[in-house]
Design a protein around this ligand. Sequence first.
Ligand code: APR
Length: 232
Amino acid sequence: MGGCGAKMKIVVLTGAGVSAESGLGTFRDTNGLWTQYDLEDVATPQGFARDPALVHDFYNARRRNCISAAPNAAHEALVGLEKSKQHDLILVTQNVDDLHERAGSTGVIHMHGALMGALCASCDARWDAPAEMAADAPCPTCAAPATRPDIVWFGEIPYHMDDIMTHLEACDLFVAIGTSGTVYPAAGFVDLAGQAGADTLEINPEPTGGGFDQVIAGPASTAVPAWVDSLI
Ligand code: APR
């Protein structure tokens, strides 16, 4: 898959499945987060305007889970791929947890924001989120009680899209790990990379049938280390 030993530019896109074996819930699997909460209430600007305390409760609970979780072998294998320097790795994640960083990945592109980030809904200031965020907490810059998690909600524009598109158009290999491929624009990355000439690979225990050249059907904690070992 993708070159025989030649240095490749590899774009990896991760989704909730890469953190599933670290104990963090996915969204659309059985008992996924969107089966427990109505995403309209906790993952839209309208929901936040309607009930900011509910939104903070939801993200405070996810932040607590994240803090108590640990990276798994999939996160660690991606660190090994980066540190091997045998290929240029661009790691894009839809996840808002910090398990990639805690495993040692650097330059992680969080297109949907980060649980550990705080944003002022009034002046756009950003700062490190406290473990527990409250809606009436004053913004450290403008003092408005408009604190929100720095998370991209449905209806908002994902972050770093220009950089991501540039990488997709120039990569030799695009790998989607642990994502259902149901939320755009991330779900369209495989097509953009393929059209630009990249090979495409999906790693997922339940392949999505999303038009990948190759599929490795398995859980991330074993399939990702095996894939990385085949590359370095
Ligand atoms: N290893 C790898 N993949 C797994 C594992 C595992 N152990 N367990 C489950 N998966 C796969 C599932 O088969 C599914 O394809 O992870 C995927 C999880 O899909 P979703 O729950 O839809 O998560 P994701 O694709 O990341 O959602 C995308 O939707 O709600 C928004 O912003 C949110 O970033 C999220 C986006």
